[in-house]
Design a protein around this ligand. Structure first.
Ligand code: 5GP
Length: 213
């Protein structure tokens, strides 16, 4: 759709940790010039390899609370023992410029965005192919993120909670093959861009077509 003005969409990817969400997000960002990621703020300590302003804005509890109190968060939630939130300004700017935005947020944040902007929201939930696969991925990842056995167990327990919210999503991807999952996530994004309600310039365009007949 190059000729028509289009409203940006909000593409939410949620999943239990270890289901491949980060890999899929990175691939979508690489393959879509018009797509931008929403960088969350969090009170969680930085993990090895994470970069402030790129993976998250790492802030302390007071700074996080100030952002919430000042209305600077579009949504926020407590996940595990930490707070996470979506800064409002970059999202509003991107949407105004007709860009699409991808959010890596949990079900609580997704519900809040739905209340704010249901029309603009595309909700995608990623499931692991099996419990064993999820556990394997969490354990592999813990080697680089230096998570403890207790933290891994905590994530396994939380995975069940997170997964129980799959019915609140529009699309489900079962990630048994990462390349296939990336293709599916891309297909959803591509199709959603053609939704009639997002095409602001459509009525003028069709009027022009009819006038020429
Ligand atoms: P992690 O600590 O592994 O980076 O993220 C833990 C969980 O927090 C993930 O499920 C992730 O989707 C969620 N999360 C990250 N940023 C946000 C946010 O801004 N808002 C909400 N509601 N959840 C978030």
């Amino acid at each position: 759709m190059t000729d028509l003005n289009r409203r940006g969409l909000m593409y939410v990817l949620s999943s239990p940790s270890g289901a491949g969400k980060t890999t899929i997000t990175k691939a979508l960002l690489k393959n879509n010039d018009n797509l931008q990621i929403s960088i969350s703020a969090t009170t969680r300590p930085r993990r090895a390899g994470e970069v402030h302003g790129q993976d998250y804005f790492f802030v302390d509890h007071n700074a996080f609370r100030d952002m919430v109190d000042n209305g600077e968060m579009l949504e926020h939630a407590k996940v595990f023992d930490n707070y996470y939130g979506t800064p409002r300004a970059p999202v509003e700017k991107a949407l105004a410029e007709g860009k699409d935005i991808i959010f890596d947020i949990d079900w609580q944040g997704t519900q809040q965005l739905f209340e704010l902007a249901a029309e603009d929201l595309v909700r995608v939930f990623i499931l692991p192919p099996s419990r064993a696969a999820l556990e394997k991925r969490l354990r592999e990842r813990s080697r680089t993120t230096l998570e403890s056995e207790e933290q891994i167990r905590g994530r396994m327990d939380k995975a069940a909670d997170e997964m129980s919210h799959y019915t609140e999503y529009d699309y489900i991807i079962i990630n048994s093959d990462i390349e296939a999952a990336i293709t599916q996530a891309q297909t959803i994004l591509s199709a959603e861009r053609f939704k009639r309600r997002r095409l602001n310039g459509l009525s003028d365009f069709v009027r022009g077509l009819k006038e020429g007949l």
